[in-house]
Design a protein around this ligand. Structure first.
Ligand code: NAD
Length: 500
């Protein structure tokens, strides 16, 4: 499969550039498309187009903006499978997943925000201070915002950023990850077809250097970033130079806590979901799975049985539920962690390990495959239990559940990380479940489930895992600035001067 050369998109038009870079198909290690790379001039032109569009877009009524965005939702849903195929080629994720999740969850968020702003979501508050004085707040859009995406959920990330941004009346210049650029032009043209005016949503392509041009540009009011903690620190530092707003959606090393009374199948399903969905390339993965000693053997056995249902294969086959990793760089990184777990951490390898999984003969073995891997008897000091691996590597950390105070100790261990993106607990004791969740230092938590992140749910990390939230009502507040106005109707200015 080869796609046409992908242009940039700004001011409602495609723009080609002389410099290009290659997009590689992770399932074949073959070129997928040449992508036009933005230079300083192109980034500036995209920002200028967004500035020109802002006065019109930001002053439309919320009902008008909503109507246009809902047309984009309908187009996304009509073209779900076509877009999902593109995402499968670009990311290496099976079509069974991209067609059911990636576009769907992106379109849901756009629909949510289009409806929210049309039904008063941007309203402020009124407070009667005294009989003749009151104050009101209004919410104003920020201006031209930058969206910088990661490669694991390309179109979903683009929509989770652009939906609230545009619904609130801002304009966006969006840069996808250089590893997964294909969705961006398609989304931009869907917005245009729906009636989004030229310049409201713009696309520039390229690597971190192009991201840097956006984060350092004085006309950008906000940067919404998704990526690694280390990159997030650089982006936040660059954004601080002229006090840009930032939202940071960063990495994690999340604890998945199985309590002794948990329902075994439910707990194992949760741990599988928290480690092998999307070949483990999910930011909220619960890679530290705490299992009570009393359940360890049965948990391991059931996990191995269920892992027989992981089916690597032809990515377009509806039966396939496990794909290769996104890039050679990432494949090499994950492989090194597996090797480190075996050779240096000396964790017990329960499943998987180095090498490729067994693939059907029809599948190209040059893809960036790794085996779904489980280490058990892990300890907190191992590198594999400390670093974000971002691949299908599940670490079981057994804990003694026969001593008083073991739950408190468990919570301490779970919180003993610089990151705080997600956490979850499996138990039939609902009081205990809530008590444990209340003590976990993480922005996204689950009880007896893992991974679901609907449009209504604000998501964002604590500690080094991020700043601000995406989605839900709170997510919209991250795209507006507040104005407070105090009105005095009594003809008196309340100052001490009047008493002199
Ligand atoms: P990354 O940090 O390498 O890159 C992310 C984006 O930043 C890319 O578009 C890249 O080109 C750009 N970039 C790189 N250097 C930059 C710079 N100096 N200035 C501006 N932009 C720059 O991350 P990745 O490898 O693409 O994504 C994987 C990471 O993303 C994982 O850590 C994962 O946990 C995280 N992630 C978090 C969430 C969340 O919601 N919290 C969601 C998805 C992924």
């Amino acid at each position: 499969m080869k796609y046409d050369k992908q242009p940039l998109y700004y001011g409602g038009q495609r723009h080609t550039t002389a410099t290009t870079f290659q997009d590689i198909d992770p399932s074949t290690n073959q070129p997928l498309a040449d992508i036009c790379k933005a230079d300083q001039h192109a980034v500036h032109a995209a920002i200028t187009a967004a500035q020109a569009a802002f006065p019109v877009w930001s002053t439309m009524t919320t009902m008008e903006r909503s109507r246009i965005l809902l047309r984009a939702v309908a187009l996304l849903r009509q073209r779900n499978d076509e877009l999902a195929v593109v995402e499968t080629h670009d990311t290496g994720k099976p079509f069974s997943e991209t067609s059911a999740v990636d576009v769907v969850t992106g379109a849901d968020v756009l629909e949510y925000y289009a409806n929210l702003v049309a039904s008063g979501g941007l309203n402020g508050e009124t407070t009667q201070l005294r009989p003749d004085a009151w104050l009101y707040t209004t919410k104003a859009p920020l201006g031209v915002c930058a969206g910088i995406g990661a490669w694991n959920y390309p179109i979903q990330i683009a929509l989770w950023k652009s939906a609230p941004c545009l619904a609130a009346g801002n304009c966006m210049v969006y840069k996808p990850s250089e590893f997964t650029p294909l969705h961006a032009l398609r989304l931009a043209e869907i917005y245009s077809e729906a009636g989004v005016p030229p310049g409201v949503f713009n696309v520039v392509q390229g690597d971190g250097a192009v991201g840097g041009l956006l984060t350092s540009h004085p006309a950008i009011a906000k940067v919404s970033f998704t990526g690694q903690v280390s990159t997030g620190c650089k982006v936040a530092a660059a954004a601080a130079s002229n006090m840009k707003y930032v939202t940071m959606e960063l990495g994690g090393k999340s604890p998945c806590i199985i309590l002794p009374d948990a329902e075994l199948d439910n707990a194992v399903d949760g741990a599988m979901m928290a480690n092998f969905f999307s070949t483990g390339q999910v930011c909220t993965n619960g890679t530290r799975v705490f299992v009570p000693q009393s359940m360890l053997r049965s948990f391991e056995q059931r996990l191995l049985q269920k892992m027989a249902d992981i089916r690597p294969g032809d990515l377009m086959d509806p039966n396939t539920n496990f794909g290769p990793l996104v890039s050679k760089t990432h494949h090499d990184k994950v492989t090194k962690y597996i090797q480190h777990g075996i050779e240096t951490d000396k964790a017990k390898l329960l499943a998987g390990g180095l090498g490729k999984p067994t693939l059907p003969a029809t599948v190209d073995a040059n893809g960036y495959w790794v085996k779904p891997t489980v280490f058990t008897n892990c300890t907190d000091d191992m590198l594999i239990t400390k670093d974000e691996i971002f691949g299908p590597v599940l670490c079981i950390l057994p804990y003694a559940d026969n001593r008083p105070g073991y739950v408190e100790k468990l919570v301490q261990r779970a919180n003993n990380t610089t990151m705080g993106l997600a956490a979850g607990v499996f138990t039939k004791n609902i009081d205990l479940g809530h008590r444990v969740v209340a003590q976990l230092h993480a922005g996204i938590t689950w009880v007896n489930t893992w991974g679901e992140s609907p449009a209504e749910m604000p998501v964002g990390g604590w500690k080094m895992s991020g700043l601000g939230v995406e989605n839900g009502r709170k997510g919209l507040d991250n795209w507006v600035q507040n104005k407070s106005t105090l009105v005095e109707m009594g003809g008196a200015v309340a100052t001490s001067f009047s008493k002199l």
